[in-house]
Design a protein around this ligand. Sequence first.
Ligand SMILES: [Zn+2]
Length: 456
Amino acid sequence: MTDSNILTQIDAHIQQNTDYWLAQLARLCAQPSISAQNIGIQETAELVATLLREQGYHAEIMPSDGYPVIYGEGGAGEKTLLLYLHYDVQPPEPLELWESPPFEMTRRGDLFYARGISDDKGHIISRLAALAAVRDVLGELPCRVKFIIEGEEEVGSPNMPTFIWQHKEKLAADACIWEFGGVDYNGTPMQSLGMRGICYTELSVQTATMDAHSGLGGSIFPNAAWRLVWALNSLKDENEHILIPGFYENVRLPSALDLELLAKLPDYAAQLKQNYGLASFLKGIAGGLELKQTAVFAPTCTICGLTAGYQGAGVKTVLPAKASAKVDFRLVPDQSPEEIATKLRAHLDTQGFNDVEVKLLGGGRPAKVPPDHPFVQLANETAVAVYGKEPLVEPMVGGSGPNYPFIHVLGLPVVSAGIGYPGSQVHAPNENMRLDYYLLGTRHTAYIIEGFARMA
Ligand SMILES: [Zn+2]
């Protein structure tokens, strides 16, 4: 049998089993699993393990330092493919904006609505449907498959790095498919190869045991709000240069290939300006490659919020005793959150801000897969076969995720493939999945699995 024959049969299998898998998706979406509110976590972990077992996989619910992780495995062969997914979802609120109940999959035309239907329960089902197609067409799975399905992705995967370190041998594999994927506004497949890291901090200062009348203390008491503003002001200059000594010393510049890929991506400058009502971009950047490169390959220092004193209606002449700010740093390879937190502390001390306390509220390291890795090539070639067009390859995206331990602890190339599209409304009311993109994303996943088993 030729490859194209096999692929045609895989396509037919996915098409013919659509109703079965939509029914499984409805079953999974009906079970709430809101990690932020600790709702339905154990029940969903058990349901996901059941779904894997129904497909003949060995599945276990493993404890972590947080919510349980489902580990699954099956198939046989020399090579092992790891599938990373998550069973938790974002809270459905505000409920009044949903046109149908969030935990009841509802079809309207060729759109299916439910919380988590795209992020990430639709991807769990799509992976299972793709594997079933490859298995049934070939008679057996052509490679070993391992699943790692966590329940804390929507709260930042705080325990994933440790979990992966602890189970390094069990999770050993040759390649990994990430939990998301899909197309852009034009239906063009997207491939994301890297994510920035993050160092999320809270800076706080207390200058007195209670707020004071500004007439009493204004000339003679230290003011927490001013202390904080001065400390923040020392972090970055007007040219967007971050002033923490050593901040840039581990920054690795994008490769020539990274820049080539960025150059091929659409220029969203005008659209961004319009959507956000911006007069201009920072540093006078007009658009083009410079904007694309700066947007994802430059580290940041962002004030996310400030709190001090009185901000209600009218006048309150108060001198605040306490002030705090949340500040996040998006990191690029090879920076690390621990390094940046240490350098931030040292900088504040040197600048005379020993009174400003720094708390590290969360962090994750940046990581990227080389664009010329053979597994990335396979994901790109199979995307062309399924979608009929070249994928847009992003060497790096601006956001953050737990890809570092997969790339650097397990040593895996990680690619994206999936059912998402820009109208999915993930994290928002009326989250949905389009039937055509479900079928395309499932075929793409199946083609990757089939091709992976034959890869040299
Ligand atoms: Zn999400």
